[in-house]
Design a protein around this ligand. Structure first.
Ligand SMILES: Nc1ncnc2c1ncn2[C@@H]1O[C@H](COP(=O)(O)OP(=O)(O)O)[C@@H](O)[C@H]1O
Ligand SMILES: [Mg+2]
Length: 310
């Protein structure tokens, strides 16, 4: 459904924000990209959506249902974004308009994307969406103004709005960022209800990833370090960075402060593996050459340790 092949994104002379990322997302698959702040997650999503500023140089191939997105014109892309791919941007917790009832806003979002839909059909779809997202008294919720809902409810209503277009592919950027535990649980619950959607979601929240993903990709300082099935990742991570990440915080699922913040620029990123400075398996080769993306059965890992074994 979505094929990303050797995608690199850079801004001028600076170190690439995304380096040679590849993934093939099947229909109904839930791909969750895990990475710390600055690893290139948002830039990758915006690159797929063609929402980056002109200063961004995007290389590689991005195909959605067989069509190249990078070759599409701005106007064509706008149509794709509205109807086939929906996008839930970071910090959308504040995205509801306080002056209108929630239901009206969701209907607007539906009608903006599907101009032929009648008022009654749009309303029916809005109510169905709200009930899919775990709201009980959907008519009452629809008539409520945002301030009348709890934060967790608002967040769920927003995600409902984000997918209101009935797009088959949903991209979401850090949907749990900045939320308390209770709200995180609600958002996880909402995403778990998207069974028949294809999902590409980026997060720094391991608990969200564990609950929502079918496949996991790990990014570190612009590099794709590992891609595998969710179970493989949590039970038997291959990349030293993945191993360190899981070991550091097994219980609360967040690794924002685990001390592995990726280096931003400089010598470390110029040559060899981006994780080399912190890697317990460091050897000379890791400083000399970028590790290849090694295929290990159904999974891939960018590490010299496995390149030699394979
Ligand atoms: N418009 C831009 N111009 C230049 N550099 C950018 C721009 N947007 C992002 N970057 C850089 O790209 C890198 C990755 O950023 P980002 O994708 O936002 O990280 P993440 O979402 O993983 O926290 C960062 O080093 C950031 O400074
Ligand atoms: Mg981001």
């Amino acid at each position: 459904m979505l094929d990303i092949e050797d995608v690199s994104i850079s801004f001028g002379e600076e170190q690439a924000a995304v380096s040679e990322v590849s993934m093939h997302i099947q229909e109904k698959e839930k791909m969750v990209i895990i990475g710390e702040t600055g690893s290139g997650k948002s830039v990758l999503l915006l690159g797929i959506l063609k929402l980056l500023p002109d200063s961004a140089d995007v290389k590689g191939h991005i195909r959605f249902q067989g069509e190249s997105l990078l070759d599409k014109k701005k106007k064509e892309m706008q149509k794709v974004r509205g109807t086939q791919i929906s996008y839930i941007p970071q910090g959308s917790g504040n995205g509801l308009n306080p002056l209108y009832p929630v239901g009206k806003q969701i209907i607007e979002s539906i009608r903006r994307k599907d101009k032929t839909i009648g008022k009654q059909d749009a309303k029916a779809r809005m109510l169905r969406l709200l009930s899919e997202f775990g709201f009980n008294d959907v008519r009452k919720i629809a008539e409520s103004y945002p301030f009348m809902l709890s934060g967790g409810m608002r967040q769920r209503a927003l995600i409902a709005m984000g997918i209101a277009a009935d797009a088959s592919l949903v991209l979401a950027d850090e949907p749990t960022k900045g939320l308390d535990t209770e709200r995180i649980a609600m958002v996880i619950d909402a995403f778990s209800k998207l069974q028949d959607k294809t999902l590409l979601c980026v997060t720094h929240d391991l608990r969200f990833a564990k609950a929502v993903a079918s496949r996991i990709t790990v990014m570190y300082a612009s590099e794709q370090m590992e891609s595998c099935e969710k179970e493989e990742f949590f039970e038997h991570p291959l990349h030293p960075y993945s191993q360190a990440m899981l070991k550091a915080l097994p219980e609360n699922g967040l690794f924002a402060n685990m001390g592995f913040a990726p280096p931003k620029s400089g010598e470390i990123l110029r040559k060899g593996c981006h994780f080399k400075e912190r890697c317990p398996y460091y050897r000379e080769k890791c400083s000399q050459e970028k590790p290849p993306f090694v295929t290990m059965g159904n999974r891939k890992v960018r590490c010299w340790k496995y390149a030699d074994e394979a």
